[in-house]
Design a protein around this ligand. Sequence first.
Ligand code: SF4
Length: 219
Amino acid sequence: MEATEKTIKLAVNGGIDFGSKLNAKQLIILAKYLEEDQELELTTFQQLYIEIPESRKEEAIAEFAQAGLSCYPVGSFVKSLRTCNFCKGAEEEGMPVAIDLNKRIAGKPVPFTLKPAYTGCPVGCGEPLINDIGIMKVKDGYSLYAGGKSKGQDARPGTLLYEQLTQDELYQKVDILIDIYNENGKKREPVHKFIAQFGKSELLEMINAVFQSKKQDDL
Ligand code: SF4
């Protein structure tokens, strides 16, 4: 019997830009790694799942990167940042901040798949309130939500943790929040359950304490 080669799954998208799009070159590169009867899976999170032979993993990641495709691990990791379409312009709606934030957090290991979402104005097209971590740009500041639940009959918006954060405060508070969840969350415990268990005030106290001590270290 012919031995079949082990495959691995990669999450791929075209990165953060105006809308979630792929160009023809990117589609051709993806097709190179697919058999005729193989399928790409389109997730609800602006990612495509592609299964490739394990031996071609490095080659595929390098070739995808050359074509401007971003690759992320599949499983209990922070997913790539889901964003709105930045209809009012990149600068005004904070696209550079979304790109930086995605670089900082996407792919970090966590107790259970964590979906972060960003939206450039209060209209909220990126649906930040129903994701694990949600960021909404409001005027010149950033609101940070956590623990939203999009599925099930008990779907609900996340808790507002902070309003009018600066760019730097946003980066640090999101980093600290993910670290706290990572250190204290049980295996396969989603963010909304973790926050309910841990308590919003305890969580805020811990985030603020770590934030202040980092500030002291930087002085
Ligand atoms: S959230 Fe605001 S900036 Fe982003 S696509 Fe919607 S309306 Fe445009």
